[in-house]
Write a protein that binds this ligand. Structure first.
Ligand code: 16G
Length: 239
């Protein structure tokens, strides 16, 4: 029966994937059809299910691969560099663009500065072990970071630079996380197909003196990231 054959095939494919390493490419469909003696349609259906379970991932025009576990990031005031160091991964950045301009109403309000104050904006592509993970656009009141060496941010952490060169320690923040898709530029830089799922994170941070320090808009790859939120117990309701 087709159902039984499909079930058997799924088990075989699960075993195949378990014996492989994360990120490894799976044999082409034609080869799998011969190996398991199944029709293309049966094979595709089984592969579709494995993809839906997140066991394998298809990359258009490239092939099918064993999924890599997503990087779980706890939601806390951490820098990208610290986060990668904890995972024993190297971090680096590509500076995509930077500018100094007046804040305007929206940024001014987010950073609690006047709309006419100047902000330094930097867009960085964040890389982990050389792989693009996120695109981050940050804005910081220019007056807080005179003579900031932007080029050094290719290999240096912003948070470390703020602490060591400006005495600014990021102590708190608030952030939102929502679903989005990668547009043309984002998909090119993040090396994912156009309109791939991504996580849009907006963060405002403050320092030890409760001064607003940065407003950051980040797009994290949806195929490589998940965020963990720890839930504090709610006080029991009194009747
Ligand atoms: C993280 C922060 C970002 C911050 C950056 C500093 C999220 C979503 N974003 O990527 O707001 O600007 O770290 O990183 O966690 P750095 O100190 O490594 O330059």
């Amino acid at each position: 029966m087709a159902g039984t054959k499909g079930e058997f095939l799924r088990q075989e494919l699960h075993q195949l994937v378990e014996a492989m390493s994360p990120g490894e490419q799976i044999a082409p469909e034609r080869e799998l059809m011969v190996r398991y003696d199944v029709a293309r349609e049966t094979l595709r259906r089984a592969l579709d299910e494995l993809a839906a379970e997140g066991v394998i991932e298809r990359r258009a025009g490239v092939g099918t691969f064993v999924s890599r576990p997503k990087l779980t990031q706890a939601v806390r005031v951490r820098s990208f560099t610290q986060d990668m160091a904890e995972r024993h991964m190297s971090s680096a950045s590509r500076i995509i663009r930077h500018s100094v301009a007046v804040a305007g109403a929206v940024l001014g309000q987010a950073l609690r500065i006047s709309p006419g104050d100047r902000v330094l904006s930097i867009e960085r592509l964040r890389l982990a072990d050389g792989e693009p993970m996120a695109l981050e656009s940050l804005s910081i009141p220019a007056a807080l970071v005179p003579d900031l060496d932007i080029v050094s941010l290719r290999s240096r952490s912003l948070y470390e630079t703020l602490a060591s060169d400006y005495g600014i320690s990021i102590e708190g923040g608030t952030q939102t996380i929502e679903a989005t898709v990668a547009d043309e530029e984002e998909s090119r830089l993040l090396r994912v197909p156009l309109l791939s799922p991504a996580l849009l994170i907006e963060r405002v941070t403050w320092d030890q003196n409760e001064r607003r320090i940065e407003f950051v808009r980040s797009r994290y790859r949806g195929d490589r990231y998940k965020f963990q939120v720890d839930l504090a117990g709610a006080p029991a309701a009194h009747s």
